[in-house]
Design a protein around this ligand. Structure first.
Ligand code: GLN
Length: 488
């Protein structure tokens, strides 16, 4: 791929006939062939499907037919989102041979917009993790430093874009799985308001938190991809019925009288010093843009990670009950049906998934329900009230997306609690259901990217894009390309 091009300008070139969609797709596969052996972003490729779409784009462009937004721009899709006729493995042994019988709603939408789907990307098994190391399939490496993790759980989707294999990808974000890898890979990632994007056809992890979310290399491309996938869907009972604004139309409008909040619990203290410094720098940039900055306390944030790991695991234990060797995927024959369930799940699920099923089942069991699940629900409500109070005084809240830059492969693998804590800044957003974006805001001493998270009230995506665009223009931190892979 031409790494210096944005998805929107590539789309314009395809529209005008300057480049053909087929040639662009071939460049994408050429790049994948050249670097994915090292990066390991993809679980599988869908060349035939992608080529059909690219050919259709070229036919339409030649005939002078109107082309939908982003038509012809190759897209990678996280391997927990269904694409009809292709594998959806969730990077789990239990689904290794599972073929999707239908398209997810987001898949249908990207197909309608004629984005060639190049393949399915690696993830932490069932989207549980922050490093993509919990995959049963393979290791995905960070294109900025191949000895480091790309973040997770959507690490494959992030690495695919950072390595220039595609310009756009889809992930899913339950507690930070798009924003954190975006931060660690120098990308933009947006977790939309809960209910803005359909979850139909996304394999459920924690249904009250999951959202399909876009990755790109700059703010405008991210806004364009959200435009493609957002909207009401009667197949998802939590889908919001509303008109979707034109995100690109307003994106260059100046942000006047911007009021920004800093959360005292997430102001960089205790984080990697370079992350804290880049965050301070970001605050200065906003001040130069005319923003007024206030500091707030959101006291319940200190309980957010603990509450999330009760609620998310409780929902996961229920959602994953369907993988029993009878209805989906792997089946390990036992002496009787109970034995078959046990053997299938023992062999099919990896250690992190098992840990979460056990934790979730425990916290939902009678006798413990009130003490754990009930308490965690109360924290969720408290958090929401505290965020609502903040919105009465500021437009957005900002904090570092991740307390550290990309860590070494293996560094946190055997320490689940330290891994869980890397989501401290992203998890509250999912618990409250609000949108948040991660954008690049600098580099550490090793030249690894640092992410800034901007959070807004429900359905404030338009505003988040505008503020991010102003920041991106002011800093020039867009379309970042890791040096390590440019020689390939
Ligand atoms: N890292 C978090 C977890 O392990 C979030 C995962 C996600 O957003 N899917 O649960």
């Amino acid at each position: 791929m031409n790494e210096h091009l944005s998805a929107l300008s590539l789309h314009e070139q395809i529209k005008s006939g300057e480049r053909s969609a087929v040639e662009v797709l071939e460049a994408s596969y050429k790049r994948i062939d050249a670097v994915d052996q090292q990066v390991g972003a993809f679980n599988s490729l869908s060349r035939e499907l992608a080529m059909q779409t690219a050919e259709e784009v070229d036919r339409k462009a030649k005939a002078g037919d109107a082309l939908p937004l982003l038509a012809g721009v190759p897209l990678a899709v996280k391997d927990n989102i269904n694409v009809q006729g292709y594998a959806t493995t969730c990077s789990s042994k239990i689904l290794q041979d599972y073929l999707s019988p239908y398209d997810a709603t987001v898949t249908r939408k990207v197909k309608e917009h004629l984005l060639p789907i190049v393949g399915k990307t690696n993830l932490d098994e069932f989207a549980m993790g922050s490093s993509t190391e919990n995959s049963a399939t393979k290791i995905t490496r960070n294109p900025w430093d191949l000895e480091r993790v790309p973040g997770g759980s959507s690490g494959g989707s992030a690495a695919a874009v950072a390595a220039g294999e595609t310009l756009l990808s889809l992930g899913s974000d339950t507690g930070g799985s798009v924003r954190q890898p975006a931060a660690l890979c120098g990308l933009v990632g947006l977790k939309p308001t809960y209910g803005l994007v359909s979850r139909y056809g996304l394999v459920a992890f924690a249904s009250s938190l999951d959202q399909v979310s876009p990755f790109a290399r700059n703010v405008k491309d991210t806004a364009a991809l959200l435009q493609v996938i957002a909207g009401f869907d009667d197949r998802d009972s939590t889908s919001l019925k509303l008109d979707i604004p034109n995100y690109l139309q307003s994106i260059d409008k100046p942000v006047d009288q911007l009021k920004i909040g800093i959360i005292s619990e997430l102001n960089g203290d205790g984080m990697q010093p370079e992350v804290a410094a880049a965050f301070q720098q970001a605050i200065e940039t906003f001040k130069k843009l005319g923003a007024k900055v206030h500091t707030f306390s959101i006291p319940s944030i200190k309980y957010a990670v603990a509450s999330y790991y009760i609620l998310a695991t409780a929902e996961a234990s229920s959602n994953l009950a369907r993988f029993d060797g009878v209805r989906y995927g792997l089946r390990v024959e036992g002496e009787n049906i109970y034995d078959t369930y046990c053997k299938t799940r023992a062999e099919g699920f990896g250690p992190e998934v098992k840990r979460r099923i056990m934790l979730g089942t425990f916290s939902l069991s009678s006798g413990y329900y009130d003490a754990y699940y009930g308490k965690a629900q109360k924290i969720r409500k408290l958090l929401k009230n505290e965020f609502d109070k903040a919105w009465q005084q500021v437009d957005v809240l900002i904090c570092p997306t991740s307390p550290t830059t990309a860590f070494k492969i293996g560094e946190k693998k055997d320490d689940p609690v330290s891994m869980y804590l890397s989501d401290i800044a992203t998890i509250p957003v999912n618990l409250v259901g609000i949108p948040a974006i991660s954008i690049p805001c600098g580099f550490d001493n090793l030249k690894l990217p640092i992410g800034l998270q901007i959070m807004g009230p429900h359905l404030s995506e338009e505003k988040l894009f505008r503020i991010s665009q102003a920041f991106e223009t002011a800093t020039g931190l867009a379309n970042l390309t890791p040096a390590e892979l440019t020689a390939v």
